[in-house]
Design a protein around this ligand. Structure first.
Ligand code: 6PG
Length: 474
């Protein structure tokens, strides 16, 4: 039998995607640089479907029906280029090389353009959902040509998660569009995780609650509008007790958050596109701050309140819940703005509603909330920002007072909440009648004759600051 698809790179994500494909009745040719891994996969999971174990790229290519589909699941960067260089010469026009790793979309654009010259479809494909998602149903974000999606889509939709019977997989747009949206997905993931961590910190320090009690709080929150995978696993992590010490797991883990780079890329690209993604940026920086042991050690003795539990009055937990929801809306609104900006810059025509639809299940940021985003973009008129879509505008109005109370309380108690406070600042900046940006324009004109525009007349102006301070047209 000819295999319908080949998978090269059988670390856990690759192996699980191969198994998922096999379990759905697709004959899968599998290959790994060291053959022992290929053999182990087939030995352990051969009963789940039909695998064709291949020792070399040549064997893998020979095992495939045409046009060939090869899914590459290796580390982003140089290893991906190496595998492409190995396979491309073996492929023929019309064949498809799919990169399911977390590649940078600019690399994907470069690779796609190079392979297109040879008639090969290169598909940069975002895959989210971690190990379990890969096996049981991830959210899949393929870029590349529409033609390649026609040949690949049905198989990918088969293995994707389903919500209300709808597969969490759709063609995102040409060349790097798939990897771009996966990158922003991860940026949003960082922001969401940071906000949840801040909520935990506020309740732990502000109310003196234990991790076990907080596990119950998050489990409860998971039944309402915040219902999401990340809230669900937060409860699980907080409930965990360290076997060695009997202490809460969260207290024995070093408080330095690591990162592999997708959140950082999101912010770098957002800066280039001129999209304010302050929530994602704060999340990336918060991880960075946590990792700077030297700075933290040097600053530990600086004065400030030592938050003491139990001092906050009112229903603080409910305030925090509402503030979390509002801040989360801001983070997602910013992420979707970036997707729209990227889509416009690269002429991808990404449909934000379709994207929200395939993020409802399978991926790390899956949440009930994504269905609200889908609805917002399904409206006759696309909202300029999700913040003004009726459902979200109402939610923000409702959260208002709580949100402000929480940020003020955090400042008073000395609890760092960069995510909550930057989200609120963004909200207040967008709704402001006037911003102090006018003063900045004045300063720029003063020291650099950078000119400014006026509110009452068209044109560009400059004040002769070092002369008689009259205004001239710039
Ligand atoms: C996913 C995850 C996945 C990976 C992150 C982790 O969507 O399944 O986002 O891609 O776990 O890249 O990122 P950090 O190691 O940078 O936190």
């Amino acid at each position: 039998t000819q295999a319908r698809i080949g998978v090269t790179g059988l670390a856990v994500m690759g192996a699980n995607l191969a198994r998922n494909l096999a379990r759905h009745g697709h004959v899968v040719a599998v290959h790994n640089r060291s053959h022992s891994r290929t053999k182990a996969l087939v030995e352990e999971h051969g009963h789940e479907g039909v695998f064709v174990a291949c020792e070399t790229p040549e064997e893998l290519v020979a095992a495939l029906e045409r046009p060939r589909r090869v899914l590459v699941m290796v580390k982003a960067g140089a290893p991906t280029d190496a595998v492409i260089d190995q396979f491309a010469p073996l492929l023929e026009p019309g064949d498809m090389l799919v990169d399911g790793g977390n590649a940078h979309f600019l690399d994907t654009r470069r690779r796609e353009a190079a392979l297109r010259e040879r008639g090969i479809h290169f598909v940069g494909c975002g895959v989210s959902g971690g190990e379990e998602g890969a096996l049981l149903g991830p959210s899949i974000m393929p870029g590349g040509s529409a033609e390649s999606y026609a040949a690949l889509g049905p198989m990918l939709e088969d293995i994707a998660a389903k919500v209300d019977g709808v597969p969490c997989c759709a063609h995102i747009g040409p060349d790097g569009a798939g990897h771009f949206v996966k990158m922003v997905h991860n940026g949003i993931e960082y922001a969401d995780m940071q906000l949840i961590a801040e909520a935990y910190d506020l309740l732990r320090q502000g109310l003196g609650m234990s991790p076990a009690d907080l596990a119950d709080v998050f489990a409860e929150w998971n039944r309402g509008e915040l219902s999401s995978y990340l809230i669900e696993i937060t409860a699980e992590v907080l409930r965990q007790v360290d076997a060695a010490t009997g202490r809460p797991f969260v207290d024995v883990v070093a408080d330095r958050a690591e990162q592999k780079g997708t959140g950082r890329w999101t912010v770098q690209i957002a800066l280039d596109l001129g999209v304010p993604v302050s929530g994602i940026a704060e999340a990336v920086f918060a991880r960075s701050v946590s990792g700077h042991a030297d700075l933290r050690e040097a600053a530990r003795g600086l004065p400030g309140p030592a938050a003491t539990g139990g001092t906050v009055g009112g229903d603080f937990a409910e305030d925090v819940r509402r503030a979390l929801y509002a801040s989360k809306i801001v983070a997602y609104a910013q992420g979707f703005d970036q997707i729209r900006a990227g889509s416009a810059e690269y002429a991808w025509n990404v449909d934000p509603g379709a994207l929200a639809t395939i993020w409802r299940g399978g991926c790390i940021i899956r949440a009930v909330f994504l269905d609200r985003i889908r609805e917002a973009y399904a409206a006759a008129e696309q909202p300029a920002t999700l913040l003004v879509a009726p459902y979200f505008a109402d939610a923000l109005a409702l959260a208002q007072r709580s949100w402000r109370r929480v940020v003020a309380t955090a400042a008073e108690l000395g609890i760092p909440v960069p995510g909550f406070s930057s989200a609120l600042a963004y909200y207040d900046a967008l709704r402001a009648e006037r911003l102090p940006a006018a003063l900045i324009q004045g300063q720029r004109d003063f020291f650099g004759a950078h000119t400014y525009r006026r509110v009452d007349r068209r044109g560009v102006f400059h004040t002769l600051w070092s002369g008689d301070r009259t205004e001239v047209e710039g």
